[in-house]
Write a protein that binds this ligand. Structure first.
Ligand SMILES: [Fe+2]
Length: 246
């Protein structure tokens, strides 16, 4: 039985660079389940040029329901925000990771992190908790690793990608990601799975973390406890029973 809670993936067709068809999304979910994921968040991108219009949200929710039906795990909906000025005017509760008060937002890959910080501060005024996606992959943090500490010390949850820990993105990002783990600044490891060649797997990163930091800390990075979501045996049994009937 898997226990991973993965807060970051692109397994639901949404018009972005993730799964393009429902059948592809289901396949990604089933692969994740087979590799130990019990609860998977689908987090379609909300980009400055691909915002969450009412029409897009309806399409996403329709696709989400179709993927979830045969996912083989518990699929939940969230979003991944890319900082953009209009977010400063919105009710950000719209974007929560389902069943939590947390919102996933990425560090811009290039440029300043000022807008990210401003949006996260706004989240807090709305009773929300920022989850900072893959800081280790971004220029602002690669150039100034202390920025990651500044974000974590505000109480914001850092989420590194499993693929960073397993060196998919090169040795510099791998070293930075492990450095953040070693310093106790990371709360969550997510897959950021997009497609078959970049799957929503966490098992290899978990194995590496188990060796590096020991079972207790490794589990806490992968079991969703950081956002108050854990895979209970009830959920797992229900999902397995449902899958068996399909
Ligand atoms: Fe992502």
């Amino acid at each position: 039985m898997g226990f991973f809670v993965d807060v970051h993936s692109h397994v639901v067709p949404s018009g972005d660079d993730g799964a393009q068809r429902v059948v592809e999304g289901r396949g990604l979910c089933r692969e994740a389940a087979a590799h130990g994921t019990a609860i998977l968040y689908a987090t379609p991108h909300v980009w400055p040029h691909l915002t969450l219009t009412d029409e897009r949200e309806r399409e996403i929710r329709t696709n989400f329901a179709e993927v979830a039906e045969q996912a083989g795990l518990e699929l939940r909906l969230g979003f991944e925000l890319t900082p953009a000025p209009p977010l400063l005017e919105q009710d950000l509760r719209r974007y929560v990771l389902e069943g939590t008060d947390a919102v996933l937002i990425e560090v811009p890959f290039t440029g300043s992190a000022d807008l990210l910080i401003e949006i996260c501060e706004r989240m807090e005024t709305q009773g929300l908790r920022p989850v900072i996606a893959h800081p280790e992959r971004t220029q602002p943090v690669l150039e100034r690793p202390s920025l990651a500490r500044d974000l974590a010390e505000r109480g914001w949850l850092l989420q590194v990608n499993g693929s960073s820990l397993t060196a998919r993105h090169g040795p510099g990002i791998e070293a930075l990601a492990w450095g953040l783990v070693d310093d106790g600044l990371v709360s969550l490891v997510g897959s950021d799975g997009h497609r078959g060649t970049r799957p929503a797997w966490l098992h290899d990163a978990y194995a590496a973390a188990f060796v590096r930091v020991g079972e207790t800390q490794a589990r806490s990075l992968f079991d969703g406890s950081a956002i108050g979501v854990t895979a209970t045996p009830d959920v797992t049994l229900r999902e397995r029973a449902r899958s068996a009937r399909l």
